[in-house]
Every structure is written in structure tokens, then in C-alpha cells.
Design a binder for this molecule. Structure first.
Ligand SMILES: [Fe+2]
Length: 202
């Protein structure tokens, strides 16, 4: 059974509380993850377009990053039952994430800067193949519905740091997920953590 605790608003503002309430209502009313994502899209687009709600503190890199490259993953909201998180991923200019998965559905979009994103999929033999590459500009976002789009790598191409927003239906920073070797497709256990919150379980 999932450990239930209180909701955590690391960034406790009317904007974040209003967004989370709208997301929960959309999920409760939706017949499927895809329908929930469709219903959330207008609110997510608003959040990406609003320049004022995310303090600079949550747009700073993290020199101690588990992903390398000073990449910072800042938790903004986490549901008490760990079924929903909102976080900002900060990738300095020229840095890139490992190839990784998320293991949950939700929405991902770019808030600041520019990124190249490469999307991978496993073929029948278990090998990893790059299936798509796209350039992301601020305001671009997509619904992540695993297995589609679940394995990717992002790289910041702008001179300034990029900041992307993730709304995902797990505790993405604390669950064990995977990074992948591009050549062999080998998966390795991976936990990214958050800059501003410890993960309780080892
Ligand atoms: Fe990702």
C-alpha cells in the first residue's frame, strides 16, 4: 500500500494551488490518461506562458546533480499519496540529460530557453533506437503517455539555461527508473532525486 502523507506545496502560491486543483478535477472527471491530458492542456499552456509565477530560486542549476551537467530538478508540488508531482527541470546551456525514462503519464513543456529533444524506443530485440528528434521553444509541450515518448534525452541549445515543467503522475524524482546506454540499450537503475527534497526510502 502506498504511504500516504500530506500534500506538499514546496512553492505554496495561489497559482500552484489553483493549477493543482484544476489538474485533480480533470483527472477525476477523465475516462483515461489521454483524456485527462487533453483536459489539462489549456491550464498547462497558461502556466508555460505566465512569466511571473516561478521564482528564480527554482530556476537555478544544481552542482550536485545525480544526472550530471549541473542539472537541477526542483520539486514544486507533491501529492500526499505520491500520485502527482509538479517540478521544474533546469538544464544549463550545453548540458544534456542521460537517456532516461519516466514511468508515468503526464505533461512536459518548455518554460525558458531552448532544447533539442531526442526520443527513443525499444525495438523487438531490446535494442534502443532513436525514433524522433525535435527542437523545443518556450511554450511547446506534449502529453507523455508511456510507452510513447517515455524514453528521451534533452540538451539545452540556448545560451541561457533551459527550464522545463513536468506534471507527472508519480514521484518522478524519488522512484527508481532507468538510464539507458545508447549503444547497447542496456538499462541501469536511476534515481534523479530533487534539489530541495530528500527521498525518504533508500
Ligand atoms: Fe525527461
Amino acid at each position: 500500500m502506498a504511504r500516504v502523507t500530506e500534500d506538499e506545496y514546496l512553492l505554496d502560491t495561489p497559482v500552484v494551488r489553483g493549477f493543482v486543483a484544476a489538474v485533480r478535477a480533470a483527472i477525476a472527471a477523465a475516462a483515461s490518461p489521454a483524456a485527462a491530458c487533453d483536459a489539462i492542456r489549456p491550464r498547462f499552456a497558461e502556466l508555460l506562458a505566465d512569466p511571473g509565477w516561478l521564482p528564480q530560486r527554482y530556476q537555478e542549476p544544481n552542482p550536485a546533480s545525480a544526472m550530471g551537467g549541473d542539472i537541477g530538478q526542483w520539486l514544486l508540488f507533491r501529492a500526499g499519496d505520491r500520485s502527482l508531482t509538479l517540478f521544474a527541470l533546469v538544464v544549463p546551456s550545453g548540458s544534456e540529460t542521460p537517456i532516461h525514462d519516466h514511468l508515468a503519464w503526464g505533461l512536459v513543456g518548455l518554460y525558458r530557453g531552448a532544447q533539442d529533444e531526442e526520443i527513443y524506443a525499444r525495438d523487438d530485440g531490446g535494442a534502443l533506437a532513436r525514433v524522433e528528434a525535435r527542437e523545443l521553444a518556450p511554450g511547446d509541450f506534449y502529453s507523455l503517455l508511456p510507452p510513447r515518448d517515455d524514453i528521451h534525452r534533452v540538451r539545452t541549445t540556448s545560451p541561457e539555461t533551459s527550464v522545463s515543467l513536468h506534471l507527472l503522475t508519480n514521484d518522478t524524482g524519488c522512484v527508481w527508473r532507468h538510464t539507458f546506454d545508447e549503444g547497447t540499450g542496456e538499462a541501469r537503475p536511476f534515481r534523479s532525486g530533487y534539489v530541495n527534497v530528500e527521498c525518504a526510502e533508500p
